[in-house]
Design a protein around this ligand. Structure first.
Ligand code: FAD
Ligand code: SF4
Length: 295
């Protein structure tokens, strides 16, 4: 299996919009693409991880304006159940063309909804643009709080940005990068499901993006589907991105491939270990009947 999935092109890019770059996590790819798709009528709303009641706790949100997109820009390193809003987006908000951003597992779930729309009638054909973000692992909100407050000694409310890169988890405040923690110390906090996850770069998204492979402030972008291609070409023609060929940036595609291979190889071992222990890959005992499987 190719650890990077199928893609039509891979590029290093960053948004040409300075307001987006100020708020975005990396090259502002997701916010710029959704803003463009809204403007062009490709989508009439997007489900994103907006700011919640507690600091850095995301709240899935349906947004329809660039201002709302900007408020939701940046990465929140905890679970944001964006899919929980799919039905509401189409039924309560009345959207016919929905954009959605998600981690690789969430993009897989979207594709399952489209293949088997059980309980999701009228939703499957309304997903107009699925944008994926790379993901090595994820944390519960309690774990994130413990990491920031106990290990990094910062109050959640004073943090302006969190970032993962170059083997470290970094916390920023108004004073700049104030605390760093080696990623290997983070592993014990990771959600158990992430230890059997076999997708790093959102293989099933229309377009997927992450920082790894590209220089600071830039993103690596995989254009994957025909729809993704149309949207990407349109955004490029509209002058919305600066781009560089992937083979001219450092650390480059080899780094993305290396990390994807490490994640998948390690997690495949965990899947095998669970099988040997008489568990399904999802951790449930084999003797228990899955209500969704035929007897
Ligand atoms: P922006 O324009 O800043 O937009 C980001 C979009 O993502 C926003 O719409 C926002 O609402 C949404 N979002 C924020 N948090 C979440 C969330 N928790 N779940 C779903 N949607 C969310 N990139 C790597 O290169 N390597 C990694 O190992 C890696 N691990 C990650 C782990 C986690 C848990 C998450 C959430 C992201 C990870 N990323 C990783 C992706 C990276 O942090 C950026 O999100 C990505 O590069 C997009 O940046 P951007 O500037 O293009 O997006
Ligand atoms: Fe989902 Fe996999 Fe990321 Fe965990 S590691 S949040 S299962 S994509």
């Amino acid at each position: 299996m190719d650890v990077l999935g199928n893609y039509k092109s891979v590029i290093s890019a960053r948004s040409a919009d300075k307001d987006i770059l100020k708020k975005a996590q990396d090259g502002g790819i997701i916010t710029t693409l959704f803003a463009y798709a809204l403007e062009e009528g490709i989508i009439d709303g997007a489900i994103v991880a907006g700011p919640g009641d507690e600091p850095w706790k995301p709240e899935p949100m349906v947004v329809t304006t660039k201002a709302e997109l900007l408020a939701a820009a940046g990465t929140r390193y905890t679970i944001s159940p964006n899919l929980s809003l799919i039905k509401e987006a189409t039924r309560s908000y009345g959207l016919d063309r929905v954009g959605i951003v998600g981690t690789p597992c969430q993009i897989q779930a979207i594709r399952k909804v489209q293949l088997y729309p059980i309980g999701m009638r009228d939703v499957d054909d309304k997903i107009a643009l699925a944008l994926g973000i790379f993901c090595m692992e994820n944390l519960s909100y309690q774990a994130l709080e413990a990491i920031v407050e106990d290990h990094c000694n910062q109050k959640m409310e004073s943090v302006t940005k969190m970032d993962v890169g170059k083997g470290k988890f970094t916390v920023y405040t108004e004073r700049g990068a104030v605390s760093q923690m080696p990623l290997k110390l983070l592993h014990k906090y990771v959600q158990p499901g992430c230890n059997i996850c076999l997708d790093y770069v959102a293989n099933l998204a229309d377009i997927s993006s992450g920082s790894v492979g590209s220089p600071d402030g830039w993103s690596t972008v995989f254009v994957r589907s025909a729809k993704g291609n149309t949207v990407w070409d349109g955004a490029i023609a509209a002058g919305l991105f600066e781009t560089k060929p992937m083979d001219q940036v450092k650390p480059g595609l080899d780094m993305v491939k290396k990390l994807a291979t490490e994640k998948i190889t390690n997690n495949q071992k965990n899947v095998e270990a669970r099988k040997t222990a008489g568990l399904r890959a999802d951790g449930t005992p084999k003797g228990l009947r899955n209500p969704y499987e035929s007897p």
